[in-house]
Design a protein around this ligand. Structure first.
Ligand code: PEP
Ligand code: MG
Length: 592
């Protein structure tokens, strides 16, 4: 029998968004949505006062966000303040303000008018196909809630009141709360809602704070002061763990720490094989906030900056200055040896607020990426100008996505030279020797890789799309995900063809699809003689560890053998067994 103090252990499974484990006391943050009264206004006398009240709440909200930004920026080493700026930008969004004032003028109070605007935004965002962009609505909602609280005069319980060394349990964390996690010395957090690509998740990873989101009912299972374990690696939260479980986790944490320390030893070392063949290791990023953690994990440069994420939360297209501010932060960051900035890879569906772009049946094969840029040339030029200007501050390479043939790259280059001449004539500084490259991610580009190689300075193979288009499987459709096989003989042959064509023409070939960061494939990729591998930062130490333990000679032999096998399943089986034998500690657990 359990005593009254002993409570049943509850294990909840969510989405682990930031690895690591921690045991501690919970602090539950109660975020109640601000109440929204509805009052009808007598147009003439009350409207002006309500508009003024709304503007005052906007000012107050901005003041609060600036105060958080100041507090966080005073702490050494905490960089990711960008999200606060995004929230301030949302606060000042012309559409948000004018729609709300329009609603007030129709005769309702400011709270009701704002809620109506937010609901309209919600409706628009909910129709978007893209998970990442859908999640951006949460940023608009956070900002909306802050304004509403200021309108109705309700205080928000924040992380700043939680006390140090606690685990935060909450329905959700606003980015403003998330920003303060490190300053307030929070051990970890768990939330009811959220996904892998939310800003909260990205910042948690950048801060290296264990976190699990999407737990659905964690706030109803935990009370402040309860003991909880957060296992961000497995995506688990254990509430009221029994003493045996706590001991097991203490052991696990010790092992994890030893393993991490052991792996992090590889982080700063170069990726050089035993027979002295060196591969450059880049990182794939979506936000400039990711740079410090990427460098700590051993990234040498930015192998892929997915700039389309600059377009989030925007009713309007970003200006040249907004682009430039993003690029300069990354390019000039200490320790970043090069930055490969990819011009934006947006699909038609992602410009939902732009009436010029029609909704497409199949946006993946539609007017996306370079095709969109070549059609909306002015928008493309704004980005190219900003990238070129940033190249005066550090080594920049420009990468064009989704090139399917020669005409596209020639047209992109023509526009690029035009922009370059414009900057030259205005005396704006930039790197005259900036390198241009293309993503090789469409099978037709592979087939004409020899001709494309004469047009550019480098290739970067985007295996995510290359596999999607080659094997005809939608990369986000779970029902065909079993067919998503990077080791498919067709895929391996295509990659080999690209590397050979690039090297034959004397240009470098990188890989920046997810395949590049899979430790299991590291030897195959070395055998393929890629010059650069760019990946998610957390896997860099594992990949470096493998590279440093092998010779290119044996990698070539492994590849040679693998290229004689005719099915993906057999290749995977062969490679896995090979790796288990060679690295028993690293791969044994992954045996199917
Ligand atoms: C790819 O297609 O492999 C790639 C790296 O680009 P994205 O995932 O952004 O399409
Ligand atoms: Mg791609």
């Amino acid at each position: 029998m359990k005593s009254r103090e002993e409570k049943d252990t509850v294990v909840l499974k969510g989405i682990g968004v930031s690895p690591g484990m921690v045991i501690g006391r919970a602090h539950v943050l109660h975020h109640h949505d601000a109440p929204i009264p509805r009052r009808s206004l007598d147009r003439k006398t009350l409207v002006a006062g309500e508009v003024q009240r709304f503007r005052k709440a906007l000012k107050e909200s901005e003041k609060q966000l600036l105060a958080i930004k100041k507090k966080v920026s005073e702490q050494e080493g905490i960089e990711p303040l960008y999200i606060i700026d995004v929230h301030i930008m949302i606060l000042n969004d012309r559409m948000l303000i004018s729609r709300t004032i329009g609603n007030i003028e129709e005769g309702v109070n400011a709270e009701w008018a704002l809620r109506k605007t937010l609901d309209k935004y919600k409706e628009v965002f909910s129709k978007v196909d893209d998970e990442y962009l859908r999640e951006r609505m949460t940023d608009v909602e956070y900002v909306g809630q802050r304004i509403l609280r200021n309108l109705v005069g309700v205080q928000h319980e924040t992380i700043a009141n939680a006390g140090e060394n606690v685990i935060i349990i909450s329905r959700d964390l606003s980015p403003a709360d998330t920003m303060q996690l490190k300053v307030e010395k929070i051990l970890g957090f768990a939330t009811d809602i959220g996904g892998k690509t939310s800003h909260t998740a990205i910042v948690a990873r950048a801060y290296e704070i264990p976190a699990v989101v999407g737990l659905e009912r964690i706030t109803s299972e935990v009370r402040s002061n309860d003991q909880v374990i957060i296992d961000g690696t497995a995506g688990l939260v254990i509430v009221h763990p029994d003493p045996i479980m706590v001991r097991r986790y203490e052991d696990k944490m010790r092992h994890y720490k030893v393993m991490e320390d052991d792996l992090l030893r590889y982080a700063r070392r170069p990726a050089v094989t035993v027979d002295k063949h060196q591969v450059r290791i880049g990182v794939n990023i979506e936000f400039m906030e990711e740079v410090p953690s990427a460098l700590a994990h051993g990234a040498e440069g930015i192998g892929l900056y997915r700039t389309e994420f600059i377009y989030i939360n925007k009713e309007k297209l970003p200006t040249e200055e907004e682009h430039f501010d993003n690029y300069k932060t990354i390019v000039a960051a200490k320790g970043v040896k090069w930055s490969t900035i990819r011009t934006f890879d947006l699909g038609g569906d992602k410009f939902m607020s732009d009436p010029k772009v029609a909704k497409e049946m199949n946006p993946v094969m539609g007017l996306r990426a370079i095709r969109f840029c070549l059609k909306e040339v002015e928008l493309f030029k704004v980005q190219l100008r900003a990238i070129l200007r940033a190249s005066a501050l550090g080594r920049v390479k420009i990468l064009f996505p989704m090139i399917s043939g020669i005409e596209e790259i020639r047209e992109a280059k023509r526009i690029f030279y035009e922009v370059k001449r414009g900057l030259e004539s205005q005396g704006v500084p930039f790197d005259r020797d900036i390198k241009l490259g293309i993503m090789v991610e469409v099978p037709s580009a592979v087939m004409v890789a020899d001709s494309l190689a004469r047009e550019v300075d480098f290739f970067s193979i985007g295996t995510n799309d290359l596999i999607q288009y080659t094997l005809a499987i939608d990369r986000v459709n779970e029902s065909v995900s079993y067919l998503y096989e990077p080791l498919h003989p067709a895929v391996l042959r295509l990659i080999k063809q690209v590397v050979d064509a690039g090297h034959h023409a004397g240009i470098e070939v990188a890989m920046c699809g997810e395949m590049a960061g899979e430790p299991l494939y590291a030897m195959i990729l070395l055998g393929l003689e890629l010059d650069e591998l760019s990946m998610n930062s957390l896997v860099i130490p594992r990949v470096k560890k493998i590279i440093r333990a092998v010779t290119v000679k044996e990698c070539r032999a492994l590849l040679k053998k693998v290229l004689t096998i005719s099915t993906a399943v057999e290749i995977e089986y062969y490679v896995r067994n090979y790796m288990i034998k060679k690295f028993p500690e690293d791969f044994a657990e992954e045996t199917p």
